[in-house]
Design a protein around this ligand. Structure first.
Ligand SMILES: *[C@@H]1O[C@H](CO)[C@@H](O)[C@H](O)[C@H]1NC(C)=O
Ligand SMILES: *[C@@H]1O[C@H](CO)[C@@H](O)[C@H](O)[C@H]1NC(C)=O
Ligand SMILES: *[C@@H]1O[C@H](CO)[C@@H](O)[C@H](O)[C@H]1NC(C)=O
Ligand SMILES: *[C@@H]1O[C@H](CO)[C@@H](O)[C@H](O)[C@H]1NC(C)=O
Length: 227
């Protein structure tokens, strides 16, 4: 009897854990913010740049709060701030710190894109840009940061580095192939030499009289096929 009771308890515990897991899972997966792969974006002064930000939400959202901050998590350094009512509408900007900032992208059709464009860039715009998203149902905000570096001209540094890396990798592969070929060649030579030596051994054993005269010259006169 007690066995069945224990089984019942175990089942209840198992179910409980499962349900708790199901309940916790959406909490941790509910929102994710991304600024893309690049951690640093380079842009030329005087031009405009898109600072990308997208978020994913598995379970939808309502009155989602988003904002971008500069160099700090301090709300007073907010560049732009807004609300997305639901998944069917575009975001509504509530306040904006600078006329050079425009909200790009769309939150319709699951795009969840709240990128901003910063135009007429100045060197003083260099710094950390953080995109924040907060679901009112959740306590924590979610954020992602990208570093903007304003330069007076874009250097081809990255390309050079890539080229160097490619050259080095190519060189190493080339060297490896060369070494392999060299090894094959050397093995071939050694094999040939050994074969020759064997031939010599065979021929000399076939012609004992070579020891008497000048080696080689005499052996040549008599073909070794006589054996
Ligand atoms: C960018 O800065 C450089 C150096 O200060 C300046 O010569 C150039 O005119 C600037 N370009 C623009 C488009 O403002
Ligand atoms: C990003 O979010 C984390 C967790 O809520 C927080 O600790 C951190 O201060 C935030 N970063 C910025 C720059 O606001
Ligand atoms: C977000 O929107 C901007 C402006 O339309 C676009 O350039 C960018 O590619 C979008 N990003 C993504 C990840 O769709
Ligand atoms: C923001 O941070 C960057 C790098 O950390 C710095 O160069 C820049 O001066 C800062 N800007 C302001 C206004 O504090």
């Amino acid at each position: 009897m007690s066995g069945a009771g224990d089984q019942g308890k175990a089942l209840a515990r198992w179910l409980g854990t499962g349900l708790l897991g199901l309940f916790l899972l959406p909490m941790s997966l509910s929102l994710e913010v991304s600024v893309g792969k690049a951690t640093t974006i380079y842009a030329v002064n005087g031009t405009a740049i898109l600072l990308p930000c997208t978020f994913s939400s598995c379970f939808g959202f309502e009155n989602l709060h988003f904002w971008w901050s500069y160099n700090s998590s301090d709300m007073s350094k907010t560049l732009i701030d807004g609300i997305v009512k639901n998944e069917k509408v575009d975001p509504k900007v509530r306040l904006k710190d600078d006329d050079r900032i425009t909200l790009e992208g769309t939150t319709r059709e699951k795009m969840n894109n709240i990128s901003i464009q910063l135009s007429n860039l100045d060197f003083s715009d260099t710094g950390k840009y953080t995109c924040h998203v907060k679901n009112p149902k959740e306590r924590a905000e979610h954020n992602a940061t990208v570093f903007l570096q304003v330069v007076d001209k874009l250097e081809e540094v990255d390309n050079t580095v890539t080229l160097i890396i490619l050259a080095v990798v190519g060189g190493v592969i080339g060297l490896l192939i060369f070494v392999l070929l060299l090894k094959k060649f050397i093995t071939f030579i050694i094999k040939k030499t050994q074969e020759k030596k064997k031939e010599c051994l065979v021929s000399s054993s076939g012609n004992d009289n070579t020891e008497n005269g000048l080696p080689g010259s005499k052996a040549e006169e008599k073909p070794p096929t006589k054996v």
